[in-house]
Each structure stands twice: as structure tokens, then as C-alpha cells.
Design a protein around this ligand. Structure first.
Ligand code: KG4
Ligand code: ZN
Length: 362
């Protein structure tokens, strides 16, 4: 059987400039240049700063990915690029660079949906795998599967008939879960991105100290909502704003804020609870699902990982969680899904005219 081609992946949809070399599901190299230091003082990603930084960093990142994989540009068989969704200026940098490379090398190029690629991350493994490390199952997961993407920009549930055939069942109607984590961290002055810092602080707190709402939405809904939780966290910290002056005979007691650790633990309890609630609903509606594929930055969350493992065990699901390095934005997942897309098509490559698209796909 001929060896699968080496795929060079490029990702620049938000604030990570990334390149990777992948063969099938095996990651030979994955280089991510994060821009967190550039956006830290704004507690969020500034689009113009992000696209300028991508333009500066892309060539060194691609060069590093090739060097770490021990290959030359001439060895690359195809290019894959994240072309949607994301910040348009950021996407354009990666898409233009990938098209230029593919054209000059005369190789096929495939456009990959960033959100769908997050779902493929749990199906990949590193060629330099160390014994004792969490060893992901690199065999094809059983389909149909449920797909869950939890990140700074997305919170979506999918019904997956294969890695390349997906139907969206639900998505957030307001904030993404990672955005809510980042806002809580910003309220507490913890830093950016806040998810990992909230996760760490939560391990020392009481998760029942504050009774936060778990959003359900309409019965049977598979959509998510995190803006109410974000507001509830703000009120728990600062007190509920009062619209009327206090009664002269009944002065209001002073607001007592919970400790940062208790707030983080209680927030995490509610945020993860909202995810598992919708997963259970989705399983009731799609009982044929045999696997659960999860991806996105928040899939690095310790409590979410533990609760998903418990849920998967109870429901007999094959759970695919990405290795930590592949939870956040990276180009290995883009190249990995790109390889599947190339293999599943009767024709080899996209036309070079495909666009960068800021909006999310279904
Ligand atoms: O997938 P990603 O790199 O970017 C998007 O596509 O949005 O996800 C970044 C998000 C940030 O909101 C970050 O705070 C969150 O993932 N995150 C976490 C953890 N690690 C990263 N959230 C909760 N717990 C974590 N351990
Ligand atoms: Zn992402």
C-alpha cells in the first residue's frame, strides 16, 4: 500500500499562528506561536494586532514545523489550511500563505473548517509518543458519534456520521463557554487566557459555595447559553445592582463576596453541568451514537475531562479527548482532518479560489 502523503497544516484563525506536519493521524511536528502576551492587556483578542502578528510569525512557524518533522518542503504532498470561521484578517494571512505554498510547489490544497477540525484532534497521536503518556486511540472511532466543541469562540454539538460528514445539533445562543471562563478570570484579575487559571484555582475551592444557574433552555433544546452564568458570577462577586434606594428602617446588609477559589469552583460546577446536561439530552435523542468526540481549548479543563470520562463509561461510549497539546488551536488537527477530506474526495484538491470565511459553518 502506498504511504499516505505528508500534509502541511496551517492555522491562523484567531490568536495562534500554527503549522504542523502530519501523516494520516500521526503528528510529526506541531508548532504553535501563541500571541497571548500581545492581547493580555486588553483581556481579549484585538483583531488588527492578531493579523499583523500572524504575518510576522507565519514563515518562521512553517520553517520550524518542517525542521522539527525532519522534512523539506519538497517532501510535502498536500497543504491544508483552516479557512473558516475566525477573524477575517487573521484567516487571510494563513489562507494566502497556504495557497502560495501549494501553487509554488504544485501540490493539492484543502480548505478545512476550524471547528470541525477540533473534533478530529482526539483521533491523532504524536510520532514521538513517550511511554506512560496518555495514549489516544488512533483507530477510527465508531460512528455515528456525538461531537462536542468547547472553545473560546464556540460551543457546539454535532451528530457525526464520519469525521467529514457532520450535522450541527446545537450551539451557544450567546457566549461560548471559554469566553465565559475568560470573563470570570478577568473579573478576578487572574490574567488571559483565563480558562486554565480558573481551572487551577477551582481545585482548591468549594463547588457548592455559590448556587449558580445551569442553563437548560427549552425542553429538548441542544443549544447552550453562558451569558446568564457570566452575569451571575459578576453579581456574586460585586453584589446585585439595586435599582431602588434601601428602606430607611431596613438597611441592606453589606455584600459578602465568596473567595476567588469558591467562585471558580462553583462556576466550573455550573459550566460543566450545562455541558453534560446537553450531552445527556443529545444521547436521548440520538441513542445510536457509539462515540463521543470532544475538542477545543476548554477540553483541556480538568473537571470537564473527568466528568466526560464518567459519562462515557456509564453510557458505553468510546470517548476521544485530545492530548493536552491538541486541545487549543493548532495546525495538526487542520492537517489531520485535511488528510481525511483529501482521501474522501474523488478529486484531489480545492481550486485555489476558495475564500477565507469569517462566519461559522453548520
Ligand atoms: O480552541 P481555542 O484555543 O480557541 C478557540 O477556537 O476559541 O480555545 C481557547 C479557549 C480560551 O477561552 C481558554 O480560556 C480556554 O480555551 N481554555 C480553558 C482551559 N484551557 C484553555 N478553559 C477552561 N479550562 C482550561 N483548562
Ligand atoms: Zn479553536
Amino acid at each position: 500500500m502506498p504511504k499516505e502523503p505528508l500534509i502541511l497544516g496551517i492555522e491562523s484563525s484567531c490568536d495562534e499562528t500554527a503549522a504542523a506536519v502530519v501523516r494520516g493521524r500521526v503528528v510529526l511536528s506541531s508548532v504553535v506561536a501563541s500571541q497571548h502576551e500581545l492581547h493580555q492587556e486588553y483581556a481579549g483578542v484585538v483583531p488588527e494586532i492578531a493579523s499583523r502578528a500572524h504575518a510576522e510569525r507565519l514563515t518562521p512557524v512553517v520553517t520550524a514545523a518542517l525542521a522539527r518533522a525532519g522534512v523539506r518542503l519538497a517532501d510535502i504532498g498536500a497543504a491544508a489550511v483552516g479557512h473558516r470561521p475566525g477573524l477575517i484578517g487573521s484567516l487571510l494571512v494563513g489562507v494566502s500563505a497556504a495557497k502560495a505554498l501549494a501553487w509554488s510547489l504544485g501540490i493539492p490544497i484543502v480548505a478545512v473548517d476550524h471547528v470541525h477540525a477540533h473534533l478530529f484532534a482526539g483521533c491523532m497521536t504524536f510520532s514521538t509518543h513517550q511511554p506512560g503518556q496518555h495514549e489516544p486511540n488512533v483507530h477510527e472511532p465508531a460512528f455515528p458519534a456525538l461531537g462536542l466543541v468547547v472553545s473560546g469562540g464556540h460551543t457546539s454539538l454535532y451528530l457525526m456520521r464520519s469525521s467529514t460528514n457532520l450535522t450541527r445539533l446545537g450551539a451557544t445562543i450567546d457566549d461560548a463557554i471559554g469566553e465565559a471562563y475568560d470573563k470570570l478570570a478577568s473579573m478576578l484579575g487572574l490574567g488571559f487566557p483565563g480558562g486554565p487559571l480558573v481551572d487551577k484555582l477551582a481545585t482548591t475551592g468549594n463547588d457548592r459555595a455559590v448556587d449558580f444557574p445551569v442553563s437548560r433552555l427549552a425542553p429538548g433544546s441542544l443549544d447552550f447559553s453562558f451569558s446568564g452564568l457570566k452575569t451571575a458570577a459578576l453579581y456574586a462577586l460585586q453584589g446585585v445592582p439595586q435599582t431602588r434606594p434601601p428602606h430607611p428602617d431596613r438597611p441592606r446588609p453589606p455584600h459578602v463576596a465568596p473567595s476567588a477559589a469558591d467562585l471558580c469552583a462553583s462556576f466550573q460546577h455550573a459550566a460543566v453541568g450545562a455541558i453534560t446536561l446537553k450531552l445527556l439530552r443529545a444521547l436521548d435523542q440520538h441513542p445510536a451514537c457509539r462515540s463521543l468526540l470532544v475538542g477545543g481549548g476548554v477540553s483541556a479543563n480538568s473537571r470537564l475531562r473527568a466528568e466526560l470520562a464518567t459519562l462515557a463509561r456509564a453510557r458505553g461510549l468510546d470517548l476521544r479527548l485530545p492530548q493536552m497539546a491538541l486541545c487549543v488551536d493548532n495546525a495538526a488537527m487542520i492537517a489531520g482532518l485535511g488528510a481525511q477530506l483529501l482521501a474522501s474526495r474523488s478529486w484531489a484538491s480545492e481550486d485555489l479560489g476558495f475564500p477565507a470565511v469569517p462566519t461559522t459553518s453548520l
